[in-house]
Every structure is written in C-alpha cells, then in structure tokens.
Design a protein around this ligand. Structure first.
Ligand code: ADP
Length: 261
C-alpha cells in the first residue's frame, strides 16, 4: 500500500544520506593519506639530496690516484657543509613533529615577553651584523603572557632569522611588540628581497621555498615557517604576511595573553 511505498522512499533517502556522508569521509581520509604520503616523499627527497652530494664528492676523491691535498681539503669542506645541512633538516623535522602533536603538549607558564624578545634578538645580533643588517626592537609596553616559551621562542626566532637572511646588504629588520587587554601583537618587518605575490599562499607549506637554489645557498630547509605557524596556531594565535617583491616583508602575529585550553 501507500505506507509501504513511503517507508521505502524514506529508507532509500536515508541510505543516500549515509552513503553521501561515507563518501565525504572517505575523500577526507584519502586527502589526509595523500598529504601524508606527499610529506614522506618530500622528506625522503630532502634528506637524500645532501647524501647524494656527499656520495659524489667521496666517489670522485676515491676514484683518483694522487689527490692533491688542496683538492682533498676542498672536497672535505664541501662534505662537511652537506653534513651540516642534513643535520639542520633533521633538527627542523624533529621540531615540526613536536609541533604537530596536540596542543595539550604545550608547556604553559607566565612569561615576560619583553625579556623573551630581548633574548631572541641578542642571539641573532651576530648573524645580523655579519650581513650588515640593522636589527632593532621596539617594545611599546610591558607584556606578560601565558605561553609555551620554548615553542614561541622558536617561532619568533624563525621569523627574525628569515628577515635577516632574505635581506639586502645594509638593510634593516624592525621587530615591535604591542598589546591590548586580550592579545599581544608582534611585527617583524624587513627591507629585504620580498616574496612574489603568487608565492605568498605557499610559504607556510613544508619544504616550500620561493627560490630553491637561492634559499639553498643561504641555508634554508623550507620548514621554518611551517614550524612557526604551527606554534602560533597551538596558542590560538594568528599570523599574517604582507610583502612587496624587491621592497620587503611584514609578518604580523597575534597571541592571546591568557592561554585557553
Ligand atoms: P627556509 O628554511 O627556506 O627559510 P621557511 O619556511 O622559513 O624556509 O620560509 C619559506 C620561504 O619563504 C623561504 O625559502 C623564502 O623563500 C621565503 N621567505 C620567508 N621569509 C621571508 C622574508 N622575510 N623575506 C623574503 N622571503 C622570505
């Protein structure tokens, strides 16, 4: 009768709904799996590159009868640099994996942000001086916040280090701190090479570098901003970037003063 027919239609529409839900879930799982696979393949590639260089260098030394001492030294220096690079990639990967874990892993304490920034800039001062970059900190008010000091120190260090690295000779880096009743605000501005507009949406991706060869020259792994963004998001903060190619870049960061679990 009619009621049977209605029942059937109702059941059928439920089946359709369930199957749609399943399809959505499945494609989400597939996306996650794909991005994990992509990450693993990227990691392998990045770790292999220095190894390949070292192998080539070692092989060419081994293949020669009487290697002049100068050549030997030169190749050994290159091998040393590749080892250093491999080490940097592994360290960055370990930081990233730590940051990928849940926010419950945050070690929250009350931190004087002015002092934290002083220390970060003091550590980076020698690198800035070597590049003839003027590094300036401007604190507009005293700020104390509930944060994970180790993780945020790493995040901010990455930003300031990039601002120095991707700068010009005799350039400047300006770091500023401000706050209201709810958040503290950080700005890291530089007079550097800038980021092309079509790269802006990719810079937080793991291993993404605007100019692979140039970034490699100045010792990048492409993991720094991924680490920075993760650390900021774990604090329920936000990060934004503004940049003009050839003129400079501005990163703005907002972090809640009180940590909300
Ligand atoms: P890297 O280890 O290569 O510095 P990051 O994840 O820290 O990796 O940054 C990703 C890329 O974004 C860099 O390779 C660089 O091309 C670009 N970038 C980051 N910060 C700046 C900046 N302040 N000025 C210009 N380019 C930048």
């Amino acid at each position: 009768g009619t009621s049977d027919g209605e029942l059937m239609i109702k059941d059928y529409s439920e089946t359709v709904q369930i199957s749609e839900k399943f399809n959505k879930l499945y494609s989400r799982m597939k996306m996650l799996d794909d991005s994990r696979q992509e990450f693993v393949s990227n990691v392998s590639h990045e770790l292999k590159t220095p190894l390949t260089s070292m192998k080539v260098l070692a092989d060419s030394l081994n293949g020669q009868e009487d290697v002049p001492v100068e050549l030997y030294r030169e190749f050994m220096l290159d091998i040393g640099n590749e080892i250093e690079r491999e080490n940097k990639i592994i360290n960055d990967l370990l930081s990233l994996v730590k940051m990928d874990k849940s926010a419950s892993d945050l070690n929250i304490t009350s931190v004087n942000i002015n002092e934290m920034l002083d220390l970060i800039l003091k550590r980076l001062k020698p690198i800035a001086e070597k590049q003839h970059v003027d590094l300036v900190l401007e604190s507009f008010r005293p700020v104390t916040a509930e944060i994970d000091e180790v993780k945020l120190t790493l995040a901010i260090t990455n930003l300031v280090e990039n601002a120095i690295k991707y700068n010009k000779e005799d350039g400047w880096v300006h770091v500023s701190l401000n706050a209201d009743y709810q958040y503290f605000y950080l700005k890291v501005e530089d007079s550097g090479i800038g980021i092309p507009e079509d790269s802006l949406e990719h810079i937080y991706e793991r291993f993404y570098r605007v100019d692979k060869s140039h970034s490699r020259e100045i010792g990048g792994t492409g993991l720094g901003l991924a680490i920075t963004r993760n650390a900021i998001l774990m604090h329920r903060g936000a990060i934004k970037v503004f940049s003009t190619e050839g003129e400079g870049t501005l990163f703005t960061v907002r972090i809640p003063l009180n940590y909300i679990a």
